[in-house]
Design a protein around this ligand. Structure first.
Ligand code: TXA
Ligand code: MG
Length: 318
């Protein structure tokens, strides 16, 4: 199969592929998603083979409007309604009790379902014209770095999917915040651009944000988001200490450092949003070079940076 590159105005073509049970990559504000018609099991099953993803890993279902939520969930707690009104469309995924008729293929056999309304006008129009919803995990090979540019998607999935809508670089660059709304005290399962400190005042509940949450959901693993090169998340002191023994290393840093010849330096922003936007793109760039390992300076210890810290931990080899 030759993967077609669609422009922003080729929405009808994208919708036709989905109606024919094909996969297409869609831009969202977080990362590119790999979309299938969520009501078509044949289409949804193709997601798992294209990504090499185990079939018990649940998928996020993307809606284009809040009105469609009843088709997917049993009941919506008041707090979830408030979060939806406040943060959707946006980088927030909510876990809710699924309706009985939702396919186990989507939820990996769980009684719950992950739902999101992202904020990308083109991809929203595709879902709206399709008339149903799309199941869409990140458009990368299983366990690998998520795609924030069309070329990242093509590197992993070219020839395996019908098309990609090319809308350049994703604005946020890290996956959505996932919050489990099925318990009395909501739990953040994956930190993202919408932080605990932004959520709590909206629902007036202190929510849980375990650093490494215990819930055993397939797909939430200690190792994930990995670049091809081994990555070490260490302090600047540790980088300076180890550097003389290295021959060919990439260094991602946000503090000042004196450059040496045995390393390639990637200066990251001290601004959190800018760092997040460039994180995966930098890892993809480094993967395409000849270095044999990556040293990443530990990001600042601050609630706002938790999503970056989480992804770097999961990308690291130590
Ligand atoms: O920003 C994003 O959320 C991107 C874009 C494409 O929307 N999507 C994304 O999907 O990151 P994926 O499949 O790569 O990650 C979804 C995560 C997985 O770790 C999965 O385990 C978790 O969501 N998940 C899905 N359904 C769940 C459920 N019912 N309960 C708990 N976790 C769930
Ligand atoms: Mg993913």
């Amino acid at each position: 199969m030759k993967t077609k590159i669609l422009k922003q105005n080729q929405i009808d073509e994208a919708v036709n592929f989905l109606k024919n049970a094909e996969l297409i990559a869609l831009p969202t504000e977080t990362v590119y998603g790999l979309a299938a018609d969520a009501t078509n099991e044949e289409a949804v099953s193709k997601i798992f083979s294209a990504k090499g993803r185990p079939s018990d890993h649940p998928l996020i279902v993307h809606l284009d409007s809040f009105n469609k939520i009843q088709e997917w969930v049993e009941e919506i707690p008041d707090a979830a309604i408030r979060l939806a009104h406040y943060f959707w469309p946006g980088p927030l995924t909510m876990i809710l009790q699924k309706r009985k008729n939702v396919s186990d293929l989507i939820t990996g056999g769980l009684e719950t379902i992950a739902l999101r309304i992202h904020k990308h006008s083109i991809a929203l129009r595709v879902i709206e014209k399709l008339g149903t919803a799309v199941a869409a995990p990140s458009a990368n090979a299983y366990k690998r770095t998520s795609p924030t540019k069309p070329e990242h998607v093509l590197k992993a999935l070219s020839g395996k999917i019908a098309a990609i809508i090319d809308d350049g670089r994703c604005r946020i660059g890290l996956e959505s915040t996932i919050i489990d709304m099925t318990s009395a005290v909501p739990v953040i399962l994956r930190p993202g651009a919408i932080t605990r400190l932004m959520i709590e005042p909206v629902i007036n509940i202190n929510i849980q944000e375990p650093l490494a949450h215990q819930q055993k959901v397939p797909g939430n693993m200690a190792v994930h988001y990995q670049p091809e090169k081994p990555l070490f998340l260490i302090s600047m002191e540790e980088i300076r200490r180890r550097l003389p023994q290295e021959k060919n290393v990439a260094i991602m840093h946000h503090s000042d450092i004196i450059e040496t010849k045995n390393a390639t330096y990637y200066r990251m922003s001290r601004n959190k949003s800018e760092y997040a936007r460039n994180l995966y793109a930098t890892l993809h760039t480094i993967d395409a070079t000849q270095v044999n390992k990556i040293f990443v300076e530990k990001p600042p210890f601050h609630n706002e940076w938790l999503d970056i810290t989480d992804r770097l931990h999961k990308a690291s080899s130590t």
